[in-house]
Write a protein that binds this ligand. Structure first.
Ligand code: GDP
Length: 534
């Protein structure tokens, strides 16, 4: 353990906030990220967020596949300081065809920002990502974006969040109309209007904040009917809405809501400040030896992502490590309990989009990259002076299924080796179908893009050319039912079973109908969307 006194360790951990933004594509995640980085003074880097999305800037894409598809497959972490806070913003691929990486990244986040398009409300990808956050019980802040465009009734949006996602909301601010008539937001706590001056896309200027009691000024800026409408909704919220409870928020049982327009830089600063103030610093994490305190002097962390070929010239593999406790400095010796192996770590590396830099030290909450000599697996724990394992990173129900077809029978062995290694890295999931040969596994992925990555890497790294035959399944569910119960279920329905690499059973369903038919006919069998609930 390097010499860092308790107070420094405590201060460093307390000022860290590690979070991710969850949203459906086009809700404004890139725009929001950029505005947050601007606020944090990382202006130079703010451009690189945008660059990632544009085909024109394909040179910033490190992987050939990304160039071909013009999208970003990677997950990285963006690091910025705001006031005294150190923010680790975990970036998740924003593409429609998202993958398990997105889910796994949430395992490294202590809080999430749920971004919602005010005209569209809760969308399919919002629901999926929200469910993962809910499973982890992390606090979720909501930002309703694009108020400068015609939006849906905000009360209706609150109702939708509550009914579709099942989480009560607590609006911290409330919009005064939307689109052309948008006049800003009323901050409930201070009873003041943050006045929307109009479009301002490049620089961040402080909004004019006017107390509602200053009726003269307010009426000179906001038409009476718009103000009345907003105040009436607020009154309804005061009477009928939930009270705010910080405790419930921390448990992920209540979501504070803000309104704004990220593109025009409106409402973002207020949102960020409240988010940083209210969201938790890194907390203790469960392990095989109980909860590990972030302030424990011994360094520990877990790997939630492995990224190959960050630098195509070197074919390197980077494991992303979320630090749970202690201090990471170069030279620290750690054990990897799964392998019963000890290694000495070099300097922690930080990745910002495509840039990397070396850090002197990193603390609980930070996400760093370490070189993977080829033996790390997703979920591995790295522990200094101990021998415990953190709770694993869950797998989530895949929605795409395929079997591999090799063009060369001679490459079979090489193919299997590649598949096993790539599964360890979490590129895809691999299941055994007992009605097929063991060398003919079922491959499964949350997003079909993962299959493209798999084929690309099998060819480039293992020199195996192959194709995939898609299987007709649409849903997979884990089960903890007994073999007898499973056999009975199979006799009643035409469900197919497979086993994951840990030997757990999953049912595969061809469509929504098959899934509900199964649930109706085998009501005693529990089905799980993630292996973490088994
Ligand atoms: P992402 O797919 O979630 O990363 O979304 P982007 O940040 O790329 O935004 C999608 C589109 O919505 C882009 O054209 C943005 O300029 C636009 N957009 C984002 N935020 C706002 C906003 O507050 N107001 C308006 N009018 N457009 C926005």
């Amino acid at each position: 353990m390097p010499f860092v006194d308790k107070k420094t360790l405590c201060d460093e951990v307390n000022r860290r906030r590690t979070f991710a933004i969850i949203s459906h594509p086009d809700a404004g995640k890139t725009t929001m990220t950029e505005k947050l980085l601007l606020l944090g003074g990382a202006i130079r880097l703010a451009g690189s967020v945008k660059a990632k999305k544009s085909k024109k800037f394909a040179t910033s894409d490190w992987m050939e596949l990304e160039k071909q598809r013009g999208i970003s497959v990677s997950t990285s972490v963006m690091n910025f300081e705001y006031r005294n806070y150190i923010c680790n913003l975990l970036d998740t691929p924003g593409h429609q065809d998202f993958s398990e990486d997105t889910y796994r990244t949430l395992a490294a986040a202590d809080a999430a920002i749920m971004l919602i398009d005010a005209a569209k409300g809760v969308e399919p990808q919002t629901i999926k990502l929200f469910e993962v956050c809910k499973l982890r019980g992390i606090p979720i802040f909501t930002f309703v974006n694009k108020l400068d465009r015609e939006a849906r009734d905000p009360l209706e949006l609150m109702h939708e969040i509550e009914s579709v996602l099942g989480i009560p909301t607590y609006p911290m601010s409330w919009p005064v109309s939307s689109g052309e008539r948008f006049r800003g937001i009323i901050e409930r706590e201070t009873k003041s209007l943050h006045y929307f001056e109009g479009r301002n896309t490049t620089t961040e200027t402080a909004a004019r904040v006017i107390p509602l009691s200053d009726k003269e000024q307010i009426s000179s800026l906001v038409p009476e009917d718009l103000l009345q409408e907003a105040l009436e909704s607020l009154e309804m919220l005061e009477m009928a809405g939930d009270d705010f409870s910080h405790e419930k928020f921390l448990k992920g049982e209540l979501s504070p809501v803000f309104f704004g327009a990220a593109m025009t830089n409106f409402g973002v600063r207020l949102f960020l400040e409240k988010f940083l103030e209210m969201s938790p610093s890194p907390s203790a994490k469960g392990s095989s030896q109980g909860k590990i305190d972030p302030l424990s002097s011994e360094f520990s962390g877990f790997i939630f992502k492995i990224q190959a070929n960050m630098d195509p010239k070197h074919r390197d593999r980077i494991a992303f490590l979320r630090i749970v406790s202690g201090v990471y400095e170069a030279g620290v010796n750690v054990t990897i309990p799964r392998l019963n192996r000890e290694i000495r770590l070099t300097h922690p590396q930080q990745f910002f989009a495509q840039d990397r830099s070396t850090l002197d030290r990193a603390f609980a909450g930070d996400v760093v990259g370490i070189y993977d000599p080829g033996f790390f697996s997703i979920g591995d724990s790295l522990v200094e002076g101990g021998n415990f394992e953190f709770e694993g990173i869950p797998s989530f129900a895949p929605e795409n299924f395929a079997v591999v077809r090799t063009t060369s029978a001679l490459k079979r062995k090489q193919l299997l080796k590649g598949l096993v290694q790539l599964c360890q890295e979490g590129t895809v999931q691999m299941f055994v179908d007992e009605s097929r040969a063991a060398s003919d596994p079922v491959l499964a992925a949350v997003g079909s893009l993962q299959f493209d990555v798999l084929l690309f890497r099998l060819k480039n790294e293992y020199n195996v050319d192959c194709a995939l035959d898609n299987l007709v399944f649409k849903h997979a569910r884990w089960t903890n039912a007994s073999s007898e119960e499973i056999a009975e279920a199979k006799s009643k329905t035409d469900v197919v079973t497979v086993r994951d690499m840990q030997g757990n059973y999953l049912f595969l369903f061809k469509n929504d109908f098959a899934l509900s038919y199964f649930q109706e006919n085998c009501p005693k069998i529990s089905l799980f969307k993630s292996n973490s609930t088994l």
